[in-house]
Design a protein around this ligand. Structure first.
Ligand code: MLT
Ligand code: MN
Ligand code: ZN
Length: 307
């Protein structure tokens, strides 16, 4: 490779919200109310996805958001170039099969070749659900990757998937649910291009030694910022589940993300997959000030990061 086309890692936040987005269609919580009112303190957010590229031309989606069509409409880098049919979206990788992360595959069904990547377990879940066959496997191959095995979904872009504690998606829950299972169901992604590295883990129920090691080597981290406090949904009358029950570490409090990842102050740390109930979404709020003082940034749609 000549220096002119040496790989440069770029990450584009397509969707910084968690499931439901901001505002959520049926929600009038304090944050959603501000968003419905177009209050400048709350940016609207679409649901969870990060695009990464080594050349700024071919992009890998890390999760295919249920809001993908809206994200493409709002992001010139994701729009077709040249004559006829084309898309800069060359591949999509799923970190789990939650609706917010997987349903966007259905928006990519117009016979455009690309590749779907994921663990065997994730691809089996997609494969068992026939609606995803509208994205025809004859044109859109599904490639399974093993945990901890390096692969290159696009030229110059090196990835590794690693397990993070998590649970089955809500739509597959039955009986007793293990909320911090380690396996192929919920993964983090380590991305490298041109010697720069990022880690992406939009859903994570706990910190592992492996996660620490991978963050240690990274220049940027995009991490689960779903809820600020463990009992946020309950206290606000929005639901009966704790953050941990939903498979997400809370941002604050004992065993929370700020505490658990405090040692990585040298890494650019960004909260992503932020639920609409989370007060860090209100700019200037004490909670937003708190995460900033702890050295974290709050992702927003359209945020571009060159780690
Ligand atoms: C989650 O991140 O917990 C899920 O996206 C929840 C959901 O499916 O609504
Ligand atoms: Mn989610
Ligand atoms: Zn809300």
């Amino acid at each position: 490779m000549t220096p002119a086309d040496a790989p440069v890692l770029t990450a584009l936040v397509l969707g910084s919200g968690g499931g439901g987005g901001v505002p959520q269609w049926n929600c009038n919580c304090r944050v959603c109310r501000l968003a419905w009112d177009s209050d400048p303190r709350v940016k609207p957010r679409t649901q969870s996805s990060l695009a990464v590229s080594a050349d700024g031309e071919r992009w890998l989606l890390l999760n295919a958001s249920i809001d993908l069509r809206q994200q493409i409409l709002g992001t010139p880098a994701m729009q077709p170039k040249g004559e006829g049919r084309h898309s800069p979206i060359a591949a999509a990788l799923l970190t789990n099969t939650d609706v917010d992360h997987a349903a966007g595959l259905l928006a990519l069904r117009e016979r455009q070749p690309f590749t779907i990547w994921g663990t065997r377990a994730t691809l089996d879940t997609i494969g068992a659900n026939r609606i995803f066959d509208v994205v025809s496997p004859d044109l859109v191959p599904r490639r399974a990757v093993r945990l901890g095995m390096p692969f290159e979904p696009l030229p110059g872009l090196a990835l590794e998937l690693f397990p993070v504690p998590g649970k089955v998606p809500l739509w597959l829950e039955e009986g007793e649910v293990k909320t911090d299972a380690i396996g192929e169901g919920t993964v983090g992604v380590a991305v490298e291009a041109g010697g720069r590295r990022l880690v992406y883990a939009p859903g994570c129920a706990g910190v592992t030694d492996d996660l620490h090691k991978r963050i240690e080597k990274a220049h940027a981290l995009f991490f689960d910022g779903t809820l600020f406090t463990d009992d946020e949904m309950i206290v606000n009358g929005l639901g009966d589940k704790t953050s941990r029950r939903m498979g997400h570490m809370p941002v604050s409090g004992p065993g929370g993300t700020l505490e658990g990842l405090a040692r990585h102050a040298h890494v650019r740390r960004i909260l992503i997959h932020i639920n609409n109930s989370n007060p860090i979404l209100v700019e200037g709020s004490p909670e937003e000030q708190h995460v900033k003082a702890a050295g974290w940034e709050v992702a927003y749609d359209g945020m571009e990061v060159a780690p």
